[in-house]
Design a protein around this ligand. Structure first.
Ligand code: SF4
Length: 339
């Protein structure tokens, strides 16, 4: 068992129940207004937490029938209402996504570029059924997935995508991994997709962790593993390379909340000339606030992609000295659960 991901492993071993399968089995009532939906959602959240504690490790619970209109359906309806004044992420564009698009350029429909069994993720995740949704709430100048981010290959139709997830599960996937780009702006489509999935499969939310608290309130009851990127150790670098404000406060808030509502695997892509300003504060904060046993992937595969050549300080790969220094920092703060 990998420390910190025990529940995740029990789910794919068939010994525990994925959270969305619990949410599908809680009866809910349809509500008209968004205020009523929120109220009902918070009532059912208590029921969900009690059921997760009581039945989360009881695989026989899956023999009970999903509800016709469940807590999960209520979440989908709530997210679709939230689209009318979008605050899925902390950009808080406030646009009605049925009529126009905000910063991420995603309307009410979702698209994905590809899906496959990914063999290149962390060892405990592979084979990971990775679904690459398009667009992003960030605008990273060094984006290594820009071909995916700006692609609109396939419309994500929930029932069809659910069938694909079930098929990939039969082919051996250990999890379904929602990524991009970024998954947050597609939360309504992803949760609707899960409402049709039959498999008991762990859900991995592979994101930049810049989601709003409102979005966390809704999606945290279906996310089994938060696979979060921790990119920057300060707001200045975040603003310069990803055009995001208030990065540190938002992301640290979200990591703390994620730890209380699921399991964590953190990725940090080490960048040239950003060891002292980014790597060190991140490692220090993780060790002191999330614990030295946090599963942490110190990634050295940075290369200058997309518009990185416009920024001379990041227009190269890491040097051996920078890699050595990054490892030294993890040792200094005692992170001991490295990938
Ligand atoms: S998901 Fe974020 S970036 Fe996209 S429209 Fe909503 S608030 Fe704006």
């Amino acid at each position: 068992m990998v420390l910190g991901l025990e529940r995740y492993q029990r789910i794919y071993n068939g010994e525990a129940v994925a959270k969305f399968q619990i949410a599908r089995r809680i009866n809910a009532e349809k509500k008209e207004s968004i205020d009523e939906m929120w109220k009902h959602h918070s009532e059912l959240k208590k029921e969900f937490k009690a059921l997760l504690a009581e039945k989360g490790d009881d695989i026989d619970f899956l023999t009970s029938h999903p509800a016709d209109y469940s807590f999960l359906h209520l979440k989908v309806d709530l997210l679709k209402e939230m689209l009318k004044e979008c605050c899925f992420c902390e950009r808080r564009c406030g646009v009605n996504r049925y009529e126009k698009k905000g910063f991420c350029k995603v309307g009410a429909k979702s698209y994905y570029a590809s899906e496959f069994l990914h063999m290149g993720e962390e060892p405990e995740l592979i084979p990971s059924h990775t679904i690459f949704f398009n667009r992003c709430t960030f605008a990273c100048v060094f984006c290594q997935n820009y071909d995916i981010v700006y692609d609109e290959d396939y419309e994500a139709l929930p029932e069809d995508l659910a069938e694909v997830i079930d098929r990939r599960f039969r082919q051996g996937s250990r999890n379904v991994n929602f990524v991009g780009g970024n998954p947050d702006q597609h939360a309504h489509t992803i949760l609707e997709t899960l409402s049709h999935v039959e498999s008991n499969i762990p859900v991995v939310w592979n994101s930049n962790m810049y989601h709003s608290s409102e979005l966390a309130e809704v999606i945290e009851d279906v996310v089994d593993v938060w696979l979060g990127d921790f990119k920057y150790g300060n707001d200045k670098c975040a603003e310069k390379y990803s055009r995001v404000k208030n990065y540190w406060k938002v992301v640290t808030r979200n990591f703390l909340r994620a730890k209380d509502n699921g399991e964590l695997l953190i990725r940090h892509l080490v960048m040239p000339n950003h060891i002292e300003c980014c790597t060190e504060p991140i490692v220090k904060w993780v060790a002191e606030n999330l614990g030295r046993d946090t599963r942490f992937n110190l990634m050295f595969q940075y290369y200058p992609a997309f518009r990185a050549f416009d920024f001379p300080e990041i227009a190269r790969r890491l040097t051996p000295e920078e890699m050595r220094r990054a490892v030294e920092i993890t040792e200094k703060y005692g992170l001991r659960n490295l990938v």
